[in-house]
Design a protein around this ligand. Structure first.
Ligand SMILES: Cc1ncc(COP(=O)(O)O)c(C=O)c1O
Length: 453
């Protein structure tokens, strides 16, 4: 049975929790000192301290000796992906290609595609997109390991995020469960949360999602859908080897569930890897886009869908956006048909490799060798991930706290994008600052605020 004092501090914790939820205490702000809140809520400082401790155990707040208690940051896409235009910021937060390297080709593709704009291509189109633009999607995805689709089963979307949202909406209902990698892309978690789908994390090892755990999760939680990012996984950077891909497909095939393969980073593989959907022609939806290889602003995404689902998914795309802008696909067509899209993708892959090498020099103890656009860095025990991301921001270094990716809230990591900073020199400066911050003591960092290193 609960004692009176236990009931009291749990009540106080609930009050604070609802204030956090209502925005009275916004993320990353300092909560009132024990004595002040105790006076306001007519209780004792000890009771408030116990309430803070309870909320800290639930990862809602975090306490620091001598500094007070802070509200943890919230898992919102706007916080995980910080799109700063400020020249003084070191942006390690957003996963995008080194854009300045692609701009000249993009400009020339826009110039040469201008003459291809016809009245036919500027009107509403039947079937959520033009056949010639679907052909470009087939070419793009099959270059990186997907068995080529057809113009009938290749659908156009406004980027991968749109594809994921449309698929979740059409394949599941509110209250259904979706199985994902324990650490996953926050865009998937945001779709599930806004659409009231439950998410269950499937354990991973160094080769990605573990098939035996997927099997157990399906038996225990009965998900309707599994979503996997098989190449250069966001956030861990893991690429699933071919055998693991086949084993995952085998587990999915044994059950009556849908499968989405978010293959947006497949162009970063040195050699093409077989898409998991190659083994799942009847249950697998392959999604990808040109955002990471060329630029996010193109918003050109592609779904390869099982034939039985094409009509339903097309109806959902039409209902949401009518059709993804053909004007953007005219540019994509130009880039893909001229072969430039593949050259740009390769250029970015090599550049990412260079950045990985540089990063390892500055962060020698914190990283395992990886390829690709990002690093998933375990923090030293003296740093907590939310606090680190906040302090880094105070020093104009934008990083993403691991909490945004974690379905189990058990990691203490940051994710670093290596390609959002265009200049190599600035990238190195940012790495140096980051390394210093990682090795500093959180208790002393606060005083650096007016003198950022
Ligand atoms: C795994 C993954 N899927 C999808 C997206 C969003 O892609 P798009 O710009 O094509 O919507 C991202 C962006 O970071 C991502 O990391």
């Amino acid at each position: 049975m609960l004692t009176v004092s236990e009931i009291k501090f749990k009540q106080i914790a609930r009050t604070i929790e609802s204030r956090i939820r209502d925005g009275v205490y916004p993320p990353n702000t300092k909560l009132p000192p024990h004595r002040v809140l105790a006076e306001e809520l007519q209780t004792t400082p000890v009771t408030v301290a116990k309430a803070y401790k309870l909320l800290s155990e639930q990862n809602q707040v975090e306490s620091f000796v001598g500094r007070g208690t802070f509200v943890c940051g919230e898992s919102q896409l706007s916080s995980v992906i910080q799109t700063s235009d400020d020249e003084d910021d070191y942006n390690f937060s957003i996963l995008q290609p080194c854009l300045s390297h692609n701009v000249p080709e993009l400009q020339s593709a826009i110039r040469s595609s201008a003459s291809k704009i016809t009245s036919h291509l500027t009107g509403y189109a039947e079937n959520s997109g033009h056949e010639r633009h679907r052909q470009t999607g087939i070419r793009w995805a099959s270059q990186y390991g997907l068995e080529p689709g057809t113009v009938q089963n290749t659908l156009l979307t406004s980027g991968t995020q749109n594809a994921l949202a449309v698929l979740v909406e059409s394949l599941t209902k509110p209250g259904d469960t979706i199985a994902v990698e324990t650490l996953t892309y926050p865009g998937i978690l945001a779709i599930a949360s806004l659409r009231r789908r439950h998410v269950v994390g499937v354990q991973m090892d160094e080769n990605g999602m573990i098939p035996e755990h997927l099997q157990q999760t399906i038996e225990q939680h009965h998900p309707k859908l599994v979503i996997v990012v098989p190449s250069h996984q966001n956030p861990t950077g893991i690429t699933m080897p071919a055998e693991r891909r086949e084993s995952i497909a085998r587990v999915v095939r044994q059950h009556n569930i849908w499968f989405i393969e978010d293959d947006i980073y497949s162009f970063l593989n040195e050699d093409p890897m077989p898409a998991i959907c190659n083994w799942l022609p009847e249950r697998g939806f392959h999604v990808t886009s040109l955002s990471k290889a060329i630029c996010p602003a193109l918003r050109c995404g592609f779904i390869k869908a099982p034939s039985s689902q094409v009509a339903t998914i097309s109806a959902h795309i039409r209902t949401d956006i009518w059709l993804a802008s053909p004007l953007n696909f005219i540019i994509a067509e130009e880039l893909i048909n001229s072969g430039q899209a593949f050259e740009l993708a390769e250029r970015q892959r090599l550049l990412a490799g260079e950045r990985q090498k540089i990063a390892r020099k500055y962060l020698p103890h914190s990283t395992i060798p990886r390829q690709g656009y990002h690093l998933w860095i375990p923090l030293p025990s003296h740093w907590q991930q939310e606090r680190f991301a906040m302090e880094a921001q105070n020093h104009r270094i934008l990083v993403s706290s691991g909490s945004y990716f974690d379905t189990q809230q058990s990691c203490n990591h940051i994710r670093l994008s290596l390609t959002a900073i265009n200049s190599e020199q600035k990238f190195k400066q940012g790495m140096e600052k980051l390394n210093k911050l990682l090795h500093s003591d959180p208790a002393t960092v606060f005083s650096y605020q007016t003198n950022p290193f």
